[in-house]
Design a protein around this ligand. Structure first.
Ligand code: ASP
Length: 428
């Protein structure tokens, strides 16, 4: 049986068992005990095993990728297109979300009683987020992309800073004599392969880890809150599905010149991983491996585009942010003019770039967007209860968007180099 089939079984089984436990034993002491002391640690250890590999894989794959791309001119061209594609796909997603939320207006129908009840119930969660959101988002966000100390950046998981250093390091390797650069590249490739071996070991645990992660969520999850917020949840999910089936599929066809059907079929493994971990970063190793083996993307391109994507390109997140800010504006009766809505789109795109690719990474930044357009940021409490489910789905789209970017950049690079088009695994 294929590993990702096993993971999918873990996912469904975890959801079913957790859901049934919640249905019949919601208040039982043993359920909380099992969830806190068995399922939670198993799930977290699995996630940590993946996170553990993120720093080395980002550094080695970008440095080797950039050194492999070779000259600065090609790098500039590919890099420019990568960023352009990220911007375009993220913007598309935000616009789809905003159009839907303005049409369906899920916030207008939320009874004030439900609003106040949810605000009270999740107030402490919102406060915690507000504190972590104290990390400002402004000009320093850009200054900080250049690390003072790359080791500190890596230690604090400041991904943009780590990426910046890795890019410069890879570029520098192309500027020194070949006989000096070659051994360094060989070592980095070796480290990269060892890290992949670690990931393969960790992924053997994935079916159990995923079962545990999903069990923790569903066993605590009240279906009641899903009902209360059903219109909002439907709008987010509808937006995500639309962006996947229409938006990303269109981009894959037009920019990547690949059949969307083959694309979606090929990326099953990262889709399942993203859905169960809610983290683009934790999914990064699987995305790189899948892009190379299933979609035929060259390793240098996957190694360059995907770490950038996992950090900067979050289609699902920007759609989610746009919908949520507008939904909460509707709930609080805040009228947002067209100008304010454009600000929401722009900030959703920017904060999606700044958000960390970890579970709930975008929430603190979204509170800043809310505050900027005059929606009370503590109102985020209203949606916290359903965020886990939405996080799973938006992360899936974030990762799909990243891989679609790799397909596009690979196609461009092959054309520039006069190579034959990539061959998808199904066609081999
Ligand atoms: N969990 C998302 C990701 O890793 C980020 C977010 O929207 O919270 O891609």
């Amino acid at each position: 049986m294929k590993l990702h089939t096993k993971i999918a079984i873990g996912l469904v089984a975890g959801g079913l068992v957790g859901g049934l436990c919640n249905r019949f034993y919601a208040d039982a002491g043993w359920l909380t005990f099992v969830s806190d002391n068995v399922a939670y640690p198993v799930g977290q250890i699995f996630l940590r095993l993946l996170f553990m590999t993120v720093v080395p894989i980002v550094f080695t794959s970008i440095a080797v990728g950039v050194a492999g791309i070779g000259d600065m001119k090609t790098l500039g061209r590919l890099g420019g297109r990568t960023i352009g594609y990220f911007g375009l796909s993220t913007l598309m997603a935000a616009v789809i979300g905003l159009t839907l939320v303005n049409t369906i207006k899920p916030g207008a129908g939320l009874p004030p009683g439900t609003r106040d009840e949810l605000m009270a119930r999740f107030a402490s969660g919102a406060q915690g987020l507000a504190q972590s959101g104290a990390q400002e988002f402004g000009i320093n966000t850009f200054v900080n992309i250049v690390p003072r100390n790359p080791v500190a950046a890596a230690a604090n998981m400041e991904m943009l800073a780590l990426i910046f250093f890795s890019l410069i390091f890879g570029a520098a390797l192309t500027m020194i004599p070949r006989e000096k650069a070659q051994p360094v590249i060989a070592v980095l490739e070796g480290i990269g392969e060892a890290v992949i071996a670690i990931i393969n070991m960790a992924m053997k645990l994935a079916p159990y880890g995923v079962f545990a992660l999903i069990f923790v969520i569903t066993s605590q999850f009240g279906w009641g809150i899903l009902q209360q917020l059903s219109m909002y949840v439907v709008v987010v999910l509808l937006g995500l599905i639309l962006h996947a089936t229409v938006g990303i599929s269109f981009l894959v066809k037009v920019f990547g010149r690949m059949s969307p059907k083959k694309f979606w079929k090929g990326i099953e493994a990262p889709i399942i991983t993203a859905f169960s971990t809610s983290s683009s970063m934790a999914t990064l190793p699987t995305s790189i491996a899948t892009a190379e083996t299933e979609l035929g993307v060259q390793p240098k391109i996957a190694g360059f585009v995907l770490p950038l994507g996992a950090t900067m390109n979050m289609n699902g997140t920007s759609l989610f942010e746009g919908v949520t800010v507008l939904f909460l504006a509707q709930v609080f009766g805040v009228e947002l003019s067209l100008g304010s809505q454009i600000i929401v789109v722009v900030l959703s795109v920017l904060t999606a770039i700044g958000a960390a690719g970890v579970p709930g990474g975008s929430l603190p930044l979204m509170m800043l967007v809310m505050a900027t357009v005059g929606v009370p940021p503590e109102g985020i409490a209203i949606i916290l209860g359903v965020d886990r489910i939405l996080d799973m789905t938006r992360t899936t789209l974030n990762v799909s968007g990243d891989i679609s970017a790799a397909v596009y950049i690979d196609r461009v690079d092959r054309e520039m180099e006069g190579m034959a088009p990539a061959v998808v695994a199904g066609d081999r």
